[in-house]
Design a protein around this ligand. Structure first.
Ligand code: IPM
Ligand code: MN
Length: 359
């Protein structure tokens, strides 16, 4: 098949990790007889420097003409003044809303060979495999906000409509059917009206999926349960801000923030794929970043936007095989061992990919 992929390397370690994922996507294309066209565009802090806009019109166009977008990370100390008029994060929010990417899939797996890096006891991490589905274009991130003239009052508004909750709930229940048929919905229905609407709507959608078990948890209680009994959970669906907080917390289960991919999807095949880590300015340019989250995001791109399931699995299996064979970047290296640079680690994944059987 032919596909156009727009790459937004972004800031910090973004360019390092996206270039590795692109090189592996090129291997996939060569091996499976596909032709992928890659277009690069400016996004985030570097786009603010160049155009005064974190998501400039040329980048909007480059994304509109692509089948999918692969994104590195945005932001850094240079643009971190929270009072600045233009900020890299605004580009991210505009990208999500421009394309109606309301469902953010964040799969979290605990890798047994990395259990030593997680702050939890290894036995708690056995069989941890959670798919977080975070609502991404509604809630407090997009509700009316205001800072009052004299600066002593400010507010943000959490608004949800039934339609917004329904469509993300559908994604969650459909995903659960492909997994262990269990959806946990997280809210704060004991306090928030928007959460009561959320819970009611989840229950309405659940009636269409009688084969899927549904439960509800309050976000504060779940934040604790997720760490005490992480293997209990399968699909977890949450509104935008709760999902943001819980998925960073869940990263400790995998041993490193560098391991985790994400997909942001709307109603069609188009999606934006990015690792869940940030731009890591402290290690940028040193060639030591862990590219796994971006490589696994590229696998999600193959699966969800291009419909290439076998190719997605090949890439995921290659990562798994490289890890099993002991390939480790510094963040997941064994104590006292130096860890591979990003490029050496990528070569280990590439070799594992070459060894994956086609079929
Ligand atoms: C994320 C990030 C963003 C978010 C920020 C950078 C706006 O934390 O993708 O999780 O809060 O959604
Ligand atoms: Mn976040």
């Amino acid at each position: 098949m032919h596909a156009t992929i727009t790459v937004l390397p972004g800031d910090g370690i973004g360019p390092e990790v996206t270039s590795i994922a692109v090189s592996l996507l090129k291997d996939i294309a060569a091996r499976y007889g596909h032709s992928f066209t890659f277009n690069e565009a400016m996004f985030g802090g570097c786009a603010i420097d160049a155009y005064g806009d974190s998501f400039p019109p040329a980048t909007v166009k480059a994304c509109e003409s692509a089948n999918a977008v692969l994104l590195g990370a945005v932001g850094g100390p240079k643009w971190s003044d929270p009072t600045a008029k233009v900020r890299p994060e605004q580009g991210l929010l505009r990208l999500r809303s421009h394309f109606g990417l309301f469902a953010n899939l964040r799969p979290v797996k605990a890798y047994p060979m990395l259990a030593g890096h997680a702050p939890l006891r290894a036995e708690l991490l056995e069989n941890v495999d959670i798919l977080f589905i975070r609502e991404l274009t509604g809630g407090i991130y997009f509700g009316p906000r205001q800072e009052q003239g004299d600066g002593d009052t400010a507010w943000d508004t959490m608004i949800y409509t039934v339609a917004e909750v329904e469509r993300v709930a559908e994604v969650a229940f459909k995903a659960a059917r492909m997994r262990r048929s269990y959806v946990l919905s997280v809210d704060k229905a004991n306090v928030l009206a928007s959460s009561r609407l959320w819970r009611r709507t989840i229950n309405q959608v659940a009636e269409r999926y009688p084969d899927v078990k549904v439960e509800h948890a309050l976000v504060d209680a779940f934040a604790m349960q997720m760490i005490k009994t992480p293997s209990r959970y399968d699909v977890v669906v949450a509104e935008n801000m709760f999902g943001d907080i819980l998925t960073d917390e869940s990263a400790v289960l995998s041993g490193s923030l560098g391991m985790l991919p994400s997909a942001s999807l709307g109603t069609g095949k188009f999606g934006v794929y990015e690792p869940i880590h940030g731009s890591a300015p402290d290690i940028a340019g040193r060639g030591i970043a862990n590219p796994t989250g971006t490589i696994l995001s590229a696998a999600m791109l193959l699966r969800h936007s291009l419909g290439l399931e076998a190719e997605a699995l090949a890439l995921e299996n290659a990562v798994q095989a490289a890890l099993e064979a002991g390939a480790r970047t510094g963040d997941i290296a064994e104590p006292g061992k130096p860890g591979l640079g990003s490029a050496e680690y990528a070569e280990r994944v590439r070799a594992a990919l070459a060894a994956v059987k086609i079929g």
